[in-house]
Design a protein around this ligand. Structure first.
Ligand SMILES: CC(C)(C)CCc1c(C(=O)O)[nH]c(=O)[nH]c1=O
Length: 310
């Protein structure tokens, strides 16, 4: 069975990778993803210019419905991940994620990457915070347009964006209208569902410490929103903008569904956090099994082919 994809001229021999933020903080973790059978690439933890400890206290929790996190962008700095990516990019195309705390931070990091020997792909995390009082950048369409306009005046390497989930069809139209104006290599959809809250039934307290317990939701609860965002954006974006589907992947059928909705690559967060890097080989074999049941031998045969009932 053929399970490959291409983005910006790179061919991915396996279509699975980690979701930014999960299992990608240190070289030890990154090496495990790089060497994991079934993983076709990796993405580094979203970087800021300087190292950050992230939020104090319990900042991640698993629940039946999925996970909740408010990590607070802990990362070892752009230089750390840039050095790792340059040292390992000969093996396979790698993704470098950035999440500046301001537009200038993002542009400064893109300038540094542009001037470097990195020849992989950059994922600009649009869940990065905006000016106080305004919603995250991915929900501020004018700011998103502004950042991309400035970035593309100098950035020539393959660039994609990590998008928060959208819930209003008008928002699908609005973000697609912005993104279609730029030569983006890909979009990665979705990031965690923002500002959920989970309760510990034993203590009647929030599950995580930061932000009064408010945090991004991942895992099973995110699957229907992930499918809708992959599908909605695939229907609206220029075909040259490829899609990385993220959210709610637990088994091979979940990978299959994201491809059916239009995903070229599929990334795994919560389930990777819970199971470790062996998850990739499991998912790869479960996807192969599902494809055999459907008599497909290449993901290209069913990618984006979700049928509706009308
Ligand atoms: C939410 C931000 C801290 C602004 C960005 C980093 C991030 C985090 C995080 O570091 O808390 N968690 C997520 O689920 N998605 C993210 O994009």
């Amino acid at each position: 069975t053929t399970m490959t994809a291409s983005i910006a001229g790179f061919t991915f021999d396996d279509i699975l990778l980690n979701a930014a933020g999960v299992y990608c903080q240190t070289t030890e973790e990154l090496d495990q993803i790089l060497e994991a059978p079934g993983a076709g690439s990796l993405v580094t933890k979203s970087a800021t210019p300087m190292e950050r400890p992230g939020n104090p206290g319990v900042r991640y929790a698993d629940m039946a419905l999925g996970s909740i996190n408010s990590m607070g962008l802990p990362n070892l700095s752009l230089d750390y991940y840039l050095e790792y990516a340059i040292a390992h990019q000969a093996d396979k195309p790698l993704f470098l994620s950035i999440a500046g705390l301001s537009k200038d931070d993002n542009l400064q990091m893109l300038r540094e990457i542009q001037a470097s020997d990195f020849n992989g792909l950059v994922e600009l995390n649009l869940s990065c915070p905006n000016v106080p009082g305004k919603p995250q950048t991915g929900y501020d369409f004018d700011t998103t347009r502004q950042i991309l306009t400035e970035a593309f005046t100098f950035f020539k390497k393959p660039l994609g964006v990590k998008l928060p989930p959208y819930f209003d069809i008008a928002h699908f139209d609005m973000i697609a209208a912005v993104l279609n104006d730029f030569p983006l290599a890909f979009v990665n959809t979705i990031n965690s569902i923002g500002n959920g809250l989970m309760v510990n039934p034993d203590t009647d307290t929030a599950m995580i410490a930061p932000k009064g317990g408010f945090g991004g939701l991942g895992g099973a609860i995110a699957k229907p929103t992930a499918l809708a965002n992959v599908r909605g954006l695939r229907q609206r974006l220029n075909p040259e903008i490829k899609i990385i589907g993220t959210g709610g992947v637990k088994d091979g059928r979940d990978v299959y569904d994201l491809i059916l909705c239009g995903a070229d690559l599929v990334s795994v967060g919560t389930t990777l956090h819970q199971e470790g890097p062996t998850v990739f080989n499991r998912l790869k074999h479960e996807l192969e099994t599902e494809m055999k049941v459907k008599a497909y031998d290449d993901v290209a045969q069913f990618r984006g082919q979700l049928q509706t009932l009308d």
